[in-house]
Ligand binder design. Structure first.
Ligand code: 5GP
Length: 178
């Protein structure tokens, strides 16, 4: 696995520090409010698990799964819900926890869909943001790191289901995905 990584972009320590900072921000914003967090499978799983533990306050956890890139490194543009919530989110404070926002298509579709179910508030928290590749106007409410236009893997993020269990975020060698 390591030999496919061109460069380490964020170490385990850097990620841990930033996740802690995001948690402090979120904790402050939701003080005194009930909170339902929704982790997006599968890429956000490591981030989600670390973030909720850093939040260190009462909250509910749920999950959704959306269609991903499959074995390609660029979005097909079509977003599909593969696994939906069974619970009613109306009148709840909802926070979506996602790994990365790239073209913005996934999160703009998801926020539109969930907003139509009348939550009290709906916000998004993404560990990574690649603003250079945006196709639709979308800005997450909480962002961990802004990344350059390279394909990253590790800490939950995959390429063709590989590399998710790397402890750091690395830039994948272009020859692996081109
Ligand atoms: P969007 O709809 O914003 O283009 O894409 C969001 C999804 O694309 C993410 O949830 C993630 O699965 C995938 N994605 C976008 N950029 C990257 C990247 O650099 N690395 C990996 N592993 N996945 C990415």
């Amino acid at each position: 696995m390591q030999s496919d990584i061109k460069k380490v972009l964020y170490s385990e320590e850097q990620i841990k520090k930033r996740v802690g900072e995001l948690a402090q921000e979120i904790k402050k914003d939701y003080e005194g409010k009930d909170l339902l967090t929704i982790g997006i499978l599968r890429g956000a799983v490591m981030f989600y698990a670390d973030l909720v533990r850093e939040l260190d306050r009462p909250l509910h956890m749920n999950f959704m799964a959306l269609s991903s890139y499959g074995i390609s490194s660029s979005s097909s543009g079509a977003v599909r819900i593969q696994y939906d919530l069974e619970e009613d989110i109306s009148n709840k404070h909802v926070l979506i926890v996602e790994d990365i926002v790239d073209t913005g298509l996934t999160l703009s579709y998801l926020t539109k869909t969930l907003n139509s179910r009348n939550p009290k508030t709906l916000k998004t928290c993404c560990l990574f943001d690649k603003p250079a590749r945006r196709k639709v106007d979308f800005r997450p409410d909480y962002i961990g790191f802004q990344v350059p236009d390279v394909f990253i893997v590790g800490y939950g993020l995959d390429f063709a289901e590989k590399y998710r269990n790397l402890k750091y975020i690395g830039e994948l060698m272009p020859e692996v995905y081109k």
